[in-house]
Design a protein around this ligand. Sequence first.
Ligand SMILES: [Zn+2]
Length: 311
Amino acid sequence: MLKRKTGSVDKLKDRLNKGNKKSYDDDRLWKYELDKSDQAVATLRFLPASNADADAYMAANPEIDFTKDDEPIPFWVSMHEHAFKQNGKWYINVCKTTFGGEDCPVCNYNSEAIEGTGLGFKDLPDEHPVKLAVRDRKRKEWHYANVLVVKDKNNPQNEGKVMIFKFGYAVHSQIMDQMFPEFDEDVGIDVSDMMYGKDYDIKMFKKNGQVSYDKCGFAKESSVSEDVKELEKIWKSEFTLQPFVDKTIDKPTADLQKQLNRVLGISAPKVDAPVKDAEQSPDESKPEETPMAGEDEDEAMFQAMLNADDS
Ligand SMILES: [Zn+2]
């Protein structure tokens, strides 16, 4: 069992960093960092799809005629992920539905658990243990986009850099509201447009122990720079996002099943000791900003610790 005492983090990180470079030390990823008053203030500018990502999108959507003007290309890529802890063990893996697969062991296990109650998910009372467990294990949608870090109060060294932002439902909804507004009077805006888009102002704070996006939102229309050469330079420094959703990161069903069984304690030779440091564990009621898949348990826990409190 990994002990997660404050101060041992660096040592742990060093140890985990030995060997393959893993996703959690991906220094291309932008992450907010709360200050002493549990606040984070930053301004990000979503950037248009890179050439490579635009090509991949066009190749994946042959039915769309991209020679016609203004055929939109999303500036983000999306995936589904399962990240949950049971019996003191973490399961963190990309859901196979990300790649169009239907044989995801976790999704199947959830369906069977619901079926076993004889009721539908909606008909189960909110506090029903099966409903709670299924909700905890269910896949969550994540998105990746290139951003220009305009301002980062707690990490000013990021300012001016092009980085990758991984975001969930809250931010994605705000983007969709901008692009496809609910009311006909409002004009949809591509926030990633470098001339006519909008900055995204991040003001995070803690609310009931959870980090809230309530005060984050898009600013007025603005251009990233008046200098076309500068715009081109920024666009050319973007990262290709395809590796986050590429079929090659899909794991065999049998491997995922094995991991799931281990976490669930199915056919495991010994029972896990209870988690003693529960107060240091991430809030599991909302396991949001979880990192990429990792099969090593220490690594998974380390990731979860780094990303414990997003929503
Ligand atoms: Zn799944």
